[in-house]
Design a protein around this ligand. Structure first.
Ligand code: MTE
Ligand code: MO
Length: 443
């Protein structure tokens, strides 16, 4: 207690100094709540953090009567009913269905199963686990068929991993900034703890023919997905996932089993997985020739594009979450990279003129969401907030200008192929006006 008081007093006499334009504070301001508050008070910014009133606590009805029976399966509070996914195809018309994660209404790094994003070409497939089979064949010594029960008898592994659709953040590629919230712009990525059997364990058992260089993964849903994946990924960290955040995989995300390829483009993480075939060359399926092939400005294309690039976006504040008057705020957001760990996230409040390093929430895991936090003392003037992530492989998130210079003109420009909009990891900018309203801007 006395230690905390002393530190508070130290900081009150010397409040955290801004380290970049428009009031960004050194990240040590976040290390301890007392310090942060003292700094905010000393800078005249503390008033909105809590009410100073001495009004006594009153008893609501919930304090005067017993509660209700505990439900067998818990649901979020009824006061949180707005925390839901947005659906792209609620009536299940014959096209792809999507559901986007409400990142602006969540915190931390793990996406609850009911809010994990979904891309499903044929809707949510309902599979009877007792009838489901996984076949591993092709260039192997001994083809094998696995039931769900059988897979439970193998050693299991767990890892926290994000999945991101190659089309996530595509709205940032429009000519004018689309006025959507984080969910609309970046909702096609989520992060969960996945548990299952390492694919390498099963491949050891079937025996890999040295001629095998790729494998093809196939789902059991109606519009059969075929994706070619380098065998090296299978030997590295690919998993036949059976559990998502501790419970059986959600039906939307591939129940009873899916392929998890940590860090690789979402569409390769085949759900409702039923077949793995080892081959000596890629299958050249429609999903990897017509679709998911990135055309470059020079007319060449990246046909195979595996790891998702380094990315970050600010979730708080963000469009729809306006701020209320000058003072202290914590800016926070999500960062991740398909190439490994996040090594650094910088935040700018002046549209990229100056940057300050954000605090990274531990543990920082490879190919998983990492939350970053930045202390900020808003003076009430107009600002442009940005975040820029760097991964341990040295990749730095590009500005929108640099991204377009590399990848070609934005969508809506005549003669530009629609799929150039995939894999957009440009920096996102939030403009905040003196009223505290947040909008999507291009800086
Ligand atoms: N069998 C099957 N697997 C699939 C798909 C699909 O439609 N069918 N969609 C893919 C796409 S495009 C993406 S982005 C990811 C999304 O995974 P999620 O729905 O679990 O978030 O699953 C991939 N795996
Ligand atoms: Mo996707």
């Amino acid at each position: 207690m006395s230690i905390r008081k002393n530190r508070t007093r130290d900081f009150a006499s010397s409040p955290p100094e801004p380290v970049a334009g428009n009031g960004l504070l050194h990240r040590r301001a976040l290390l301890e709540r007392g310090v942060m508050l003292a700094g905010a008070v000393a800078t005249g910014a503390g008033s909105q953090l809590a009410s100073a009133s001495a009004e006594p606590l009153t008893n609501g009805p919930w304090s005067l009567a017993p509660g209700v029976p505990i439900p067998p399966y818990g649901q979020p509070s009824k006061f949180e009913q707005k925390v839901v996914r947005t659906l792209s195809n609620p009536k299940l018309e014959p096209r792809t269905s999507g559901a986007r994660t409400p990142h602006h209404l969540l915190n931390g790094t793990i996406t609850p199963n009911g809010l994990h994003f979904v891309v499903a070409r044929g809707g949510e497939t309902e599979i009877d686990p007792d009838k489901h089979r996984l076949l591993i064949h092709g260039l192997v010594r001994q083809p094998m068929i696995y039931t769900v029960d059988a897979l439970h008898r193998y050693p299991m592994v767990s890892r926290i991993s994000f999945v991101e659709c190659g089309g996530n953040s595509a709205p940032l590629y429009s000519k004018e900034p689309i006025q959507g919230n984080v969910q609309a712009l970046h909702g096609l990525c989520s992060c969960a703890e996945w548990t299952g059997v390492a694919l390498a364990t099963l491949l050891d058992e079937v025996g890999v023919d040295p001629k095998a260089k790729w494998f093809i993964a196939e789902g059991a849903d109606l519009p059969t997905m075929n994706k070619s994946i380098p065998l090296a990924k299978a030997m590295d960290d690919a998993m036949i996932a059976l559990y998502q955040n501790g419970e059986a995989i959600n039906p939307s995300n591939g129940y009873p089993m899916r392929l998890l390829l940590p860090g690789y483009e979402g569409n390769m993480n085949v759900k409702w997985l039923r077949r793995i075939k080892l081959v000596d060359s890629p299958v050249m399926a429609i999903n990897e020739t017509k679709q998911y092939t990135i055309l470059r400005p020079d007319g060449k294309a990246w046909q195979f594009y595996f790891p998702q690039e380094v990315k970050s976006f600010i979730t708080h504040p963000s469009p729809g979450l306006s701020i209320k008057g000058p003072g202290f705020y914590e800016i926070s957001g999500i960062s991740f990279s398909g190439n490994g760990r996040i090594s650094k996230v910088e935040v700018s409040a002046d549209g990229g003129k100056s940057w300050a390093q954000a605090a990274l929430q531990q543990p920082v895991l490879s190919k998983a969401f990492t939350r970053f936090r930045m202390a900020w003392n808003w003076d009430g003037g107009p600002v442009i907030l940005q975040s820029r992530a760097t991964d341990e492989a040295g990749n730095v998130q590009p500005s929108r200008e640099a991204f377009i210079a590399e990848r070609g003109p934005p969508r809506g420009t005549p003669n530009v192929a629609a799929f150039t909009m995939e894999h957009c990891n440009a920096i996102t900018s939030w403009g905040i006006n003196p009223k505290g309203e947040v909008s999507h801007v291009y800086a």
